[in-house]
Ligand binder design. Structure first.
Ligand code: EPZ
Length: 416
């Protein structure tokens, strides 16, 4: 699947942000802990979500979609195995490890897939589970784990891994005793997962801080929930006026989740207005450079917006230096941007982006989800036509992106 983009068109209009992929994914995994029915609202069926639903169905969950309302009957979880052909489709398959151990006390999960942005090990997940008395055997590309001797404990994570924090929370919810997790991730998606779990009977405190405490309970019950909006999609949309010119209103946003981006926009050559869950950005001039940007765990600048920001930096006035501290290979979009006339030097872990007045269209390939978004943004701002190949990786985290952007003035055609 490719996008053919006719660039250099101003974008103006209003866009509603969908629910967050990275909140929905752990919440779907957490449904495995519930002996009942869960109704989720405002669900967006990104490819990653559909792949996660396939995994849940394979474990015994009955899935009913009523447009954006999703009903999951989790009464009978009759399988504890996630085979490679399902697990390898996304990173979030590994999030099922914890809930399967909580519900069935055993799990056999193949190694996860996910964007090729680094080695993405799961050692923090597995070491944490072992410290909870869980027997983990990592062999032949499968994780086999047994929780018969679960032992409540205090664990300090060596790095605030989002997925490991989520897995350890879910592994602890239905166990006996109090588990204390320190040095945890503080992302809004962690808070949303804990809010969901508490809404169906869990006892979790401290989400969003350095320390999360889980008091084990015997059972979780049916309920319903609406996940938070996607802060990464929000940030991606807010950057569009800087590369295309125009005025975009993003609705259903949570400004408090994207403070670093809002700060940058307010200090650039654009006009920013925030009105409760609406954020309006307008820009008619060439953006200024962003100086030095470092990606760090929340609440600092998010790694998932590093690549979209890089696309804007290519046409900014002056030089922007972007340092990626979370993933060791998250610059695969850079050679593709250079094909479009960008001037970028790649150093060890950083890129130096020398702004040029204009990009020109080219045939480029999306290397991963957010790198693909960056190339689409560059194509929207470039002179002439750009073909972005491998759009399948973008469909994992942006839903019908071309339809959304064409509604505000873009000219994108999806071609097979
Ligand atoms: C989640 O991935 C997100 N994915 C990623 O979003 C996001 O970039 C990342 O968190 C950081 O915010 C989902 O939520 C599905 P990590 P995750 O564990 O959990 C290292 C997107 O574009 N690490 O916080 O995999 C790891 O290699 C995706 O939507 C270990 O060394 O991220 C990385 O360098 C991309 N051992 C760093 O920690 C481990 O056991 C951060 O990883 C786990 C992680």
């Amino acid at each position: 699947m490719d996008f053919l983009i006719n660039g250099k068109r101003r974008l103006s209009g209003s866009i509603e942000v969908s629910t967050a992929k990275n909140a929905l994914l752990p919440i779907l995994a957490a449904c495995l802990l519930v002996e009942g029915t869960i109704c989720l609202h405002k669900v967006t069926y990104f490819d990653d979500i559909n792949n996660m639903l396939q995994i849940l169905q394979n474990l015994g969950v009955k899935v009913c979609k009523y447009e954006q309302m999703l009903i999951l009957d989790c009464q009978n979880i009759n399988n504890y195995i996630i085979p490679l052909n399902l697990a390898s489709k996304l990173r979030a398959s590994i999030f099922c490890l914890g809930p399967l151990l909580g519900r069935l006390k055993k799990a056999r999960v193949a190694y996860p897939g996910g964007c090729q942005i680094g080695t993405r090990p799961i050692n923090i997940h597995l070491d944490g589970l072992k410290k909870l008395g869980i027997n983990v055997v990592d062999r032949h590309g499968y994780i086999n784990a047994f929780a018969n001797n679960f032992r409540a404990n205090k664990i300090c994570l060596p790095f605030p891994s989002v997925g490991a924090t989520e897995n350890l929370i879910m592994a602890s919810v239905l166990q006996k005793g109090k588990v204390t997790l320190q040095g945890v991730a503080k992302e809004p998606e962690i808070v949303d997962l804990c809010n969901f779990l508490n809404s169906v009977g869990a006892k979790i405190t401290g989400a969003g801080s350095d320390e999360i405490i889980i008091e084990g309970v015997s059972k979780l019950s049916s309920g319903e929930y609406t996940p938070i909006p996607d802060r990464i999609i929000t940030g991606t949309y807010l950057l569009l006026p800087l590369i295309c010119g125009g005025k975009i209103e993003v609705c259903n946003a949570k400004p408090e989740h994207i403070s670093p981006i809002l700060y940058m926009l307010k200090n650039n050559s654009c006009n920013v207005r925030v009105k409760s869950d609406k954020i309006i950005v307008s820009c008619e001039n060439r953006p200024k450079n962003f100086g030095k940007i470092e990606t760090l765990p929340y609440p600092h600048f998010p790694t998932d917006l590093q690549q979209p920001l890089c696309a804007v930096a290519t046409i900014a006035k002056g030089t922007t230096i972007i340092t990626e501290n979370l993933f060791e290979s998250r610059f695969n979009h850079v050679p593709e941007l250079i094909k479009m006339g960008a001037k970028i030097d790649v150093l060890d872990g950083s890129v130096v982006v020398h702004g040029v007045p204009d990009l020109y269209g080219a045939e480029v390939e999306a290397p991963d989800l957010r790198g693909g978004a960056a190339l689409i943004m560059a194509g929207l701002g470039a002179n002439g036509y750009t073909t972005v190949k491998n759009i399948d990786v973008v469909d994992r985290g942006y839903f019908k992106l071309e339809q959304t952007l064409n509604l505000i003035g873009a000219d994108i055609t999806r071609i097979n």
